[in-house]
Design a protein around this ligand. Sequence first.
Ligand code: SF4
Length: 361
Amino acid sequence: MEHQVEAIHNLHKVIVDPGVRNSPMAERVRSRLPEVECEVLEEGGQISSNQDQAILYLKEYKGRFLRFCPGTKHYRCCGYRIIHIGENCPLNCSYCILKAYFQDRTLKIWANQEDLWRELRVHFSGNPETRFRVGTGEFTDSLALESITGYSRDLVSFLGEYENVCLELKSKIVDLSWMDGVRRSDRVLPAWSLNAIDVVQSEERGVASLEERLIAARTCAGNGFRVCLHFDPIIWYFGWEQGYARTIEMIFDYLKPEEIAYLSLGSFRGMPELMAFIKKNWPDSGYIYNEFVSGLDGKMRLLRPLRVNQFRYVADRLKRHGLERQLYFCMESDEIWQAVLGYTPKDLGGLQRHLLEQAFG
Ligand code: SF4
């Protein structure tokens, strides 16, 4: 079952940097979007900054492809590395941090894959004793454009040579076309973000249903993969207890606890710009009017007692289903870990190390 990303049908133009006009990526995208106009930029040309989501820009990217996840020193960070393959997302979640921070909404894909492969090769084969937990779902959804780019399929195939790398593909849609490119199913972690069903219905647009995501997760488990799940952002709304309890019940209708490599819990948070963006663009999204406090990293978070209450409720239910060591918090302090789970990352030997162990199995 593949989920049709509506925004792909609305694409009306592909713009290509001259340096990648004959790249395999540009050829593939052109062949998969034969009806869509394609413009090659002139040497030194730029796209105008106010483009929209109906345009796909295949860029010759000059920056670093492998990055550290932008955690902060104030909270427990998980040591995740990002493989940067593009920017922006064709889906539309009201709480999306990308929509508030990237002025330019154009969907961008880095088409100079040879440069990406070169950088990754140097890094991963140059450090064969180091294990890397990497993912592409930080500046975009890992799979939302997969049907036209095949990027994740290329990536799993490339990374098949590197035993020291475990790739997470994080998404809110269903596209399993990358699967037949995988050489080692124990080095790829398909991942889905989940939420209370009411949040999915009211705040996430263009996404696959919860059931579709979980059916896909089960298909992956049936094919020898372990999956990751992310409850992020957990949102406070009237009736949230029943909403999250229902989603947790659904998870275990489809998955066994041992098929889940790890599951993150993150409370809705964001810089004040994100709050202002949501108020302006999604004024009916009631969760924005909750009580927030500014954290050490400048981000607004739900008041701590409310946050702990929600985390405990969700974590307790997950534990009853047999999850324990798989649970972790995204960007929370030791105090929150202690209050909810009764231990801190230090007790696990450090969060980064613990998650590497969970990822590599
Ligand atoms: S799927 Fe993720 S990246 Fe895409 S709009 Fe939703 S929150 Fe943003």
